[in-house]
Design a protein. Sequence first.
Length: 188
Amino acid sequence: MPPRLVSDTQLVDRLTDLFRSEGFEASSLNEIAKATGLQKSSLYHRFPGGKEQMAADVATAVTERFATEILAPLVGDGPLEERIREVGRNLDAFYEGGERRCLLDVLSVGHPGRAASSALADAGNGWVAVFATVARDAGADETTALARAQDAVAGIEGALVLARVTGDKAAFARAIDRLPDLLLGRAS
């Protein structure tokens, strides 16, 4: 069997970029073929579940990337506040200062399928769980830690949506800047 011209990682990266820029619903199979460099038949061979499988694979890949690259400093060593600030820098880089859309947003609109919806729920819950652990490590009780974590994720996600619809990235910058204060219980 000859080697694949587009690796699985490259394929998912290209799909991720397309879904982030165009949205899931607006990405036609023709646009997907163009973005990936594959013919429709090759896409169906690689993704027998069609566009819904593509969305699920993208959601899973981004969740794994978040765990290994974006949120990883939270489980490392060093002062807790500095680890949170590093995650903030990672989020800022990942979302290009609020320029790039979030997949939780673009894949949750429409009907991405059960597997993608489940992967998105896992992503959101995982992100909240990591932030809640940080808040508990800072001394918050279980209920307060969960609320702080949800507020932090909602603030970042909401700021990304606002940046997308208004073009103003200031709310995203503030959400990133406030992240340590929110998780550590210093936010007013």
